[in-house]
Structure formats: C-alpha cells, structure tokens
Design a protein around this ligand. Structure first.
Ligand SMILES: [Zn+2]
Length: 126
C-alpha cells in the first residue's frame, strides 16, 4: 500500500480508509449531542420546570433551591413575601428572574420562575 493522499467522497484529502477530518467532526458532534442530552436529563431532577430558562438562570435557580433545602431561610437569598399573598415568597434569582415559592408551613415549595416582564404583575411587599 502506498502512502498516497487520496480524495474521499466528502471532498477532503487524506490517507487511509476513512476521512479523519470527517471522523473527528462526527465525534465532536456526537460528544456535543451527548452533552446536550446529559444537560436535558438534569431537568428531570428539578422540582419545577426550568427548561425554558437561560442556562445561567437554571444554574442559579438550582443553587437557590438546594440552599433553601439545607438552610430553609428564604431571607438569606433575598426572598420576600408577597403583599397580597403572604404564603407566597418571591426570591430573586438573577436581575431579570424571580422564583415564587409557596410556604407550606415548614418548607418552601418552589412554584415557578418568572421573568421580570412576567413578574411586574406581582410586586413583593417585604
Ligand atoms: Zn471528509
């Protein structure tokens, strides 16, 4: 067998039976696909649906949710009760997102995450 460069059906030039450029590209794509799948799988473990949110909001929300579970003090996270519904606690997640939790008496149960636009209809009362 000679070590002559050949042109693969894909148009790339190289040695051997398969195009290594395309193989590498395929592996990268597979890896990305796998990482995406792993990321999507993590949402199944969240108490509320975070799929529609930007990644940094998801990460921050998870850390607040975990923090509430261990410390159970919403004030540590800047949370406030709503003026018109004292059983609902609003906790800032990022500048643009807040998480609403329902006070069940002993624990806070995360309900949903609202963007700044969604949230303007219900301001906290302190
Ligand atoms: Zn190729």
């Amino acid at each position: 067998m000679s070590r002559r460069k050949k042109t693969f059906p894909c148009g790339h030039k190289g040695y051997g039976q398969i195009c290594h450029r395309c193989l590498q590209e395929t592996l990268i794509q597979e890896h990305k696909k796998q990482q995406k799948q792993e990321w999507e799988d993590t949402f199944a473990r969240d108490p509320i649906d975070l799929r529609h949110l930007p990644t940094h909001v998801v990460v921050r929300a998870r850390s607040v949710i975990a923090g509430l579970q261990t410390q159970n003090n919403y004030r540590e996270f800047g949370g406030k009760r709503l003026r018109h519904n004292r059983l609902i606690v609003s906790i800032p997640i990022t500048r643009n997102y807040r998480m609403l939790c329902r006070d069940s008496g002993s624990t806070l149960i995360p309900q949903e995450i609202l963007s700044h636009e969604d949230y303007n209809i219900c301001k906290p009362g302190g």
